[in-house]
Design a protein around this ligand. Sequence first.
Ligand SMILES: [Zn+2]
Length: 121
Amino acid sequence: MAKRICPRCGQPYNWLEVHKRASNNYVYAVHVVATKPKRKVVKHYLGPLERYIYVNKMHPRENLGLTGMINEDRAIMYLEALIEYFNRVLEEGRGVADREKIRRVRRLVEELLMEVELLDA
Ligand SMILES: [Zn+2]
C-alpha cells in the first residue's frame, strides 16, 4: 500500500490502525477530515490484518486464504489457491463435471495472458 490510498473510498488516508481483538487483528484506514477546532477522523474498515478466520472456515476444501483489503496481492493469491484446489480435485479423480468449466477458465486466462503480453511488448 505504497501510495497510502484507501481501498474503500479511493482517498488518501493519514495512517493505518490495527485493532487487536480476541477474534483477530483488524485494520482501519484513518482519514483526518478536520483539525480545528478538534481533530476529527473517519475510519474505514479494511478487514483483518492477515486472514479472515471465520470466513476461511467456510471454505475448507478450497483453502482460499481470504484476506483483508490491506493485502494488495490477494486476487492473485486466490487465483493460485483455486488452481491448486482444482489440481487436487482432478488428482483425486473427482471434478469430472468441472472439466468443461476448467477449459472455459483456461480460455479466459489465455486471453488475459495475451493482454499482459501486449502491455509488456
Ligand atoms: Zn477510506
